[in-house]
Design a protein. Structure first.
Length: 272
């Protein structure tokens, strides 16, 4: 496997790397000496120790044989395989979920996909299928369960803003996408949810830098969560959240009216 530019941060990979470094240094071997002894390139040893590559099972077994570890590296490699699907959520998202369930107001802007809170099962399943692995079904159930807050009698008020590309890009089949758009239309006609679209014609605007969610509370300050390129960031500091509120205002300033937005969603659904 080719090396990554940024190191892996999965605990199992980090542990393997630290153990390799510790055993190598204890045996007074530099990377080249160990690589020559095992029949690997010294650059590969360096990549593994810097967490920029993942070990092969053959490499793990070669380490066990060389250091006489009674299978330590093979077990560490197995742990890497066992946990390779465990991190399917961006950093900060777990803590965000704890806030979301207690929020009174949700201001959500989506630049590429419908927010998980408003995804149909078919749409969500299509996305989760790209994650793969045994954890996909679990994540799907968790995502759908999150939506229960919108159906509560004391549920939050939700203000959803979508870039027009979100409703024009077909996720899954045409049937899946029609169902998703119908769900957005239904949500947009409820008393507690407002749906608006930023049209194509706007051109460049602040929202193109990534999705944004603002959570409002009656008894504590707002928090913000941003996501871009699979990386998430939870913001709680007043100045940081204030900046995100300003960004939200700038985005919403480019939206169509609610009636116009629902008409655009209706037209996109009829085209499918």
């Amino acid at each position: 496997m080719p090396a990554r530019s940024e190191p892996y941060d999965a605990p199992a990979i980090v542990t393997f790397a630290k153990e390799l470094t510790a055993w190598r240094e204890a045996s007074v071997q530099n990377k080249k000496q160990l690589a020559d002894a095992l029949g690997y390139a010294d650059s590969y040893i360096g990549q593994i120790e810097r967490c920029k590559n993942t070990p092969s099972p053959e490499f793990a077994e070669a380490l066990d044989t060389f250091f006489k570890t009674n299978g330590l590296f093979r077990r560490l490699w197995e742990r890497i395989i066992e946990t390779r699907y465990s991190r399917t959520r961006p950093p900060g998202f777990e803590q965000y979920l704890e806030y979301e369930v207690n929020a009174d107001r949700l201001r959500i802007y989506c630049t590429s996909l419908v927010s998980g809170l408003f995804q149909t099962e078919g749409y969500a399943r299509t996305i989760m299928s790209m994650v793969g692995g045994p954890i996909a079904e679990q994540r799907l159930r968790e995502r759908l369960a999150r939506q229960e807050i919108l159906g509560r009698e004391d549920g939050p008020y939700a203000f959803l803003v979508l870039d027009e590309v979100v409703i024009r890009r077909t996720i899954g089949s045409g049937e899946v996408m029609r169902e998703q758009l119908a769900h957005l239309l239904e949500a947009g006609q409820s008393e507690r949810t407002q749906v608006q679209i930023v049209p194509y014609g706007v051109g460049y605007y602040a929202g193109l830098s990534g999705s944004l969610t603002l959570l409002g509370f009656t008894d504590r300050p707002d928090v913000s969560y941003t996501e871009s390129s699979g990386e998430g960031l939870l913001l709680e500091r007043h100045d940081s959240v204030a900046h995100q509120i300003l960004k939200w205002d700038q985005i919403q300033g480019h939206t169509l009216s609610v009636a116009e937005s629902l008409a655009v969603i209706q037209e996109a659904m009829e085209r499918l």
